[in-house]
Design a protein around this ligand. Structure first.
Ligand code: NAD
Length: 473
């Protein structure tokens, strides 16, 4: 059974104006199910209900009680991990093994922020005039969380959990392509004890309800993950009300391999750093810089590893790369490959049969002015280029509007730290491709975003800092 309606004030609610989101199974191109889209009336109801829930109890709940409820949410998510993973996999074609990992990640995020409730506090300050001066971290009120379709469940969790832990109420808007696990999150959290209205879920197209949500006078903060273009639009709308925003946006992350690295290890690990989730990953290491003496060896090993990646049915636990989210997304990716004519493209063809599948594509010989090199393709496409010296390589690395993530492979510790400092990105890994750690801040430099998700930093972004002075005179 698929969830069908927005989840508002603790109930699954059919909207007043019936508009349906038609979902297609990207693995088969067959219709999957329909979900009713929230209209403007439901956005109003959801925000008003969240504000009521905020004022009538959630913000004043003793912290221990709030933590207890969030732990209960984590538990129910773990109990339903199979169901959540299956929904996600059918909805967006995510390989089931990845979907199971992401369901567990969502639960883990709730556990982390349940524990964080008691470890996030203000400070006392020795002010010049004496007396007693201290700070409080106060919730903002209603937070709008707007999330994309590539990691629907974990991103919904990593926005909702810290916002709720800090004492806010949340209106969650999933992408129109991927509403199923967001609705289930709302339902399950309520079943676990989250009071009605504290987490509302309004599926619907961004163009139809997104602006109304962002501009709603009771919404104090917008936490957005999605494209840089829509992020800029949201920032503009938010500016009118001086609303708080945090933005997690696009990326074009570098993967830098020095000749002194364990080249075989780097080459074996690198394909899935860009092709996982069919390349629909903001952290995809889609620009690979390889020091010239090891370029051929790296490329050979990279190709060898890519050739044996299992592209296929997302329901199969062995599958590593499923279909893209839709046939339209596949066409966008193919347009980049078509425009890269004249470059050597290996792979990038459609397997026979149904579904929005595309085999991984490796582009060699790209110039740094090529769109496939510069722009976020959001598909299984990588460009690999040789470099000769560190300084010019770093100039190329940083010659991008984005700055989200990246990797450096070297066995020279000094170089690793020097280069890691110089790469303009919010997240970086050395001899690894890991980007996301529940306990550590995640976000971008430059046009990759503003503010940080995850870790204790996320809590700062969901609170206002108040300073209180007590006179001792
Ligand atoms: P998108 O920007 O098209 O949509 C994201 C969300 O915004 C969706 O819920 C959408 O409905 C909503 N939206 C669209 N128009 C809106 C409007 N006018 N007002 C309010 N909301 C609106 O992005 P997408 O295609 O769903 O996701 C892909 C993008 O997300 C990529 O650029 C990717 O890099 C980025 N992303 C970033 C991160 C990160 O953490 N930095 C993580 C995942 C995805």
């Amino acid at each position: 059974m698929f969830p069908q309606h927005p989840f508002i004030d603790g109930k699954s609610r059919a909207p007043r104006e019936p508009q349906r989101l038609q979902l297609t199974d990207p693995a088969t191109d067959e219709p999957l199910t329909e979900v009713s889209a929230a209209g403007l009336a439901e956005v109003d109801d959801a925000v008003a209900g969240a504000q009521r829930a905020f004022e009538s109890g959630w913000r004043d709940l003793p912290p221990g009680k709030r933590a207890e409820i969030l732990f209960a949410v984590a538990t129910i998510l773990r109990e339903h991990a199979d169901e959540i993973a299956r929904l996600e996999s059918r909805n967006i074609g995510k390989p089931i093994t990845d979907a199971l990992d992401e369901a567990a990640l969502g639960a883990r995020v709730f556990e982390y922020y349940a524990g964080a409730v008691s470890k996030f506090f203000g400070e006392t300050i020795p002010v010049a005039r004496g007396g007693f001066n201290f700070t409080l971290r106060q919730p903002m009120g209603v937070v709008a969380a707007i999330v994309p379709w590539n990691f629907p469940f974990p991103i919904a969790c990593w926005k909702a959990a810290p916002a709720l832990a800090a004492g806010n109420c949340v209106v969650l808007k999933p992408a129109s392509l991927s509403p199923l696990t967001a609705i289930r999150l709302g339902e399950l959290a309520h079943e676990a004890g989250l009071p009605a209205g504290v987490l509302q879920v309004v599926p619907g197209a961004g163009g139809a309800i997104g602006d109304a949500l962002v501009e709603h006078p009771l919404v104090r903060k917008i936490s957005f993950t999605g494209s840089t273009e829509i992020g800029a639009h949201i920032m503009q709308l938010a500016a009118r009300g001086i609303k708080r925003v945090s933005l997690e946006l696009g990326g074009k992350s570098p993967n830098i391999i020095f000749a002194d690295a364990d080249v075989d290890k780097a080459a074996a690990a690198s394909p899935m750093s860009v092709f996982a989730n069919a390349g629909q990953d903001c952290c995809a290491r889609s620009r690979v810089f390889v020091e010239r003496p090891v370029f051929d060896r790296f490329v050979e090993k990279f190709l060898e590893t890519t050739r044996v990646l299992k592209v296929g049915d997302p329901a199969d636990p062995e599958t590593q790369i499923g279909p893209l989210v839709s046939s339209q997304q596949r066409e966008k990716v193919e347009a980049y490959l078509a425009a890269a004519k004249g470059r050597e493209i290996i792979g990038g063809d459609r397997p026979a049969g149904r579904g929005a599948y595309l085999r991984p594509a490796i582009a060699l010989g790209c110039e740094t002015s090529d769109p496939v090199w510069r722009e976020e393709v959001f598909g299984p496409v990588v460009c690999i280029r040789p470099f000769d010296d560190e300084a010019s390589m770093l100039r190329e690395v940083n010659d991008s509007p984005y700055g989200l993530s990246g990797s450096v492979w070297t066995n020279d510790l000094k170089r690793a730290l020097r280069v890691a400092r110089r790469v303009e990105s919010g997240v970086l890994s050395i001899n690894s491709h890991a980007s996301v750690h529940v306990e550590a801040p995640f976000g971008g430099f430059k046009q990759s975003g503003l503010g940080r998700d995850l870790g204790m930093s996320a809590l700062e972004g969901y609170t206002e800092l108040k300073n209180i002075f007590i006179s001792e005179d």
